[in-house]
Design a protein around this ligand. Structure first.
Ligand code: MTE
Ligand code: CO
Length: 417
């Protein structure tokens, strides 16, 4: 273990001393007015109930918002903003902080006028209202991560964006309630030559993607509820497709139509987009699965280290192939690794939270995390990834991220070879 990795004994001592200082009244010489003087909020009545019928975060948390990168896209309707990962904990993304990615703005759909149609190679074409779906037996609840295939896309050419919100914030993880897609497909009766499904959105982009029928039957969902309440408009209200572990683009929002066919459609989003140009001029196509990935969210450029001594490093790991098995953290650019503490539920195809309690002596750190999933897949370094994929790609960058923590705690996005 290098001197830059966790030194358990030093941490215990530092923590012990800090505790002792408080307990023995070492600070009593300079009484803390916040403790000795009664504060305004202790003297007057607060707002009554119903001051804020739909609750919102404290006004002191106003900085915790989705943010966009203005120069990234020419219009806000076909654009993206990013989840503030460095402000969150646990594994669930609050609904109002889930990144948004739209190709034609947020559709405003009256739920009473929304329909879902299933047609094509089926015995019985069907049209469902939202009420029909909510009365359908067999509703399920699942937590899944959704990662845009373009997450970390700017980083293919080197370290670009200064903050995990911007490098890794095209991911969210919420609870969905809805129906297994299989239940609806079975009611329609997919013909034996029905091998593909086309999902279409009701937004102005009319987004379409081809999905193999095996995946549709295995674990896809049509969901109308996230984190216990109706889907947010940005996330596809009133109905979206959930395609666990697969690239976000396939999770069609404002879902209106499912067509069954015998071949993929090769629409725009699976030909000119969402394919990866390799160095030799060929392209990878149908790269649906999001491979294992992780990022340290704290410290990171928007969340620098504030103090020497005991610190808590934390981050997120996920895999589109299954559950996260292990996460290793390096504080010295990948020379030495310590296995992080995974805490909270470890659900397949869901974000997984990890921590490393460490003692910082003010030295420069090169912080990295490396995820492993239960198939044995290990998150690659960026050099390993480029050796296979070249540098023409936008999508599917799951390389190991490096943050440089300087002596003053300020943190920067860097790459090391
Ligand atoms: N569905 C429709 N109808 N229109 C869209 O523009 N964007 C896709 C997908 N589904 C899109 C869509 C892309 S590229 C992604 S990454 C996810 O939705 C983003 O989901 P989110 O906005 O809930 O984060
Ligand atoms: Co996307």
């Amino acid at each position: 273990m290098s001197d830059k990795t966790v030194n358990r004994r030093a941490f215990m001592t530092a923590a012990g001393l800090a505790g002792a200082a408080v307990a023995t009244g070492a600070r009593a010489q300079t009484p803390d007015p916040l403790i000795t003087e009664v504060q305004p909020w202790n003297k007057q009545l607060g707002d009554g109930v119903q001051a804020n019928p739909y609750g919102s975060p404290s006004k002191f948390e106003k900085h915790v918002v989705r943010r966009d990168v203005e120069w990234l896209t020419v219009s806000r309707e076909s654009s993206v903003n990013f989840t503030p990962l460095h402000e969150l904990d646990g594994i669930i993304t609050p609904s109002g902080l889930c990144f948004e990615r739209h190709h034609g703005g947020v559709a405003e759909i009256e739920p009473g006028k929304h329909r879902l149609m299933i047609h094509g190679l089926v015995d019985k074409p069907l049209v469902y209202t939202m009420d029909d779906l909510k009365r359908f037996p067999g509703r399920i609840n699942r937590a899944y991560f959704l990662e845009c295939a373009a997450n970390s896309g700017m980083e293919w050419k080197g370290a670009q964006l200064n903050g995990c919100q911007f490098t890794h914030g095209m991911v969210h993880n919420v609870w969905y309630a809805g129906l297994p897609l299989k239940a609806l497909l079975d009611q329609a009766g997919v013909k034996t030559n029905g091998k593909w499904l086309l999902a279409e959105g009701a937004d102005s982009a009319g987004m379409t993607r081809s999905i193999p029928i095996d995946k549709a039957m295995k674990d896809c969902m049509v969901a109308w509820n996230m984190n216990g309440e109706a889907l947010r408009p940005e996330q596809g209200y009133p109905l979206r497709l959930v395609v666990p572990g697969w690239e976000g683009n396939m999770w069609v929002k404002w879902l209106r139509r499912l067509e069954i066919g015998d071949q993929p459609w090769h629409h725009r989003e699976e030909t000119s987009k969402y394919t990866d140009l390799l160095a030799d001029g060929r392209s990878r196509r149908f790269t649906w699965i999001m491979d294992a990935k992780s990022v340290v969210t704290n410290p990171s450029p928007q969340a620098p280290l504030r103090a020497k001594g005991p610190n808590v490093l934390t981050g997120l790991a996920w895999s589109g192939r299954g559950a996260i098995k292990r996460v290793d953290v390096s504080l010295d650019g990948g020379r030495n690794w310590t296995t992080a503490r995974i805490e909270g539920p470890v659900l397949p195809l869901s974000l997984t939270r990890f921590y490393l309690d460490f003692d910082w002596d003010g030295r420069e750190l090169l912080v990295q995390s490396r995820a492993m999933d239960d198939t044995g897949y290990v998150q690659p370094t960026k050099s390993e990834l480029r050796a296979v994929r070249g540098v023409n790609s936008i999508y599917h960058n799951n390389g190991i991220q490096t943050w440089l923590v300087r002596g003053d705690g300020e943190t920067e996005n860097v790459e090391i070879s």
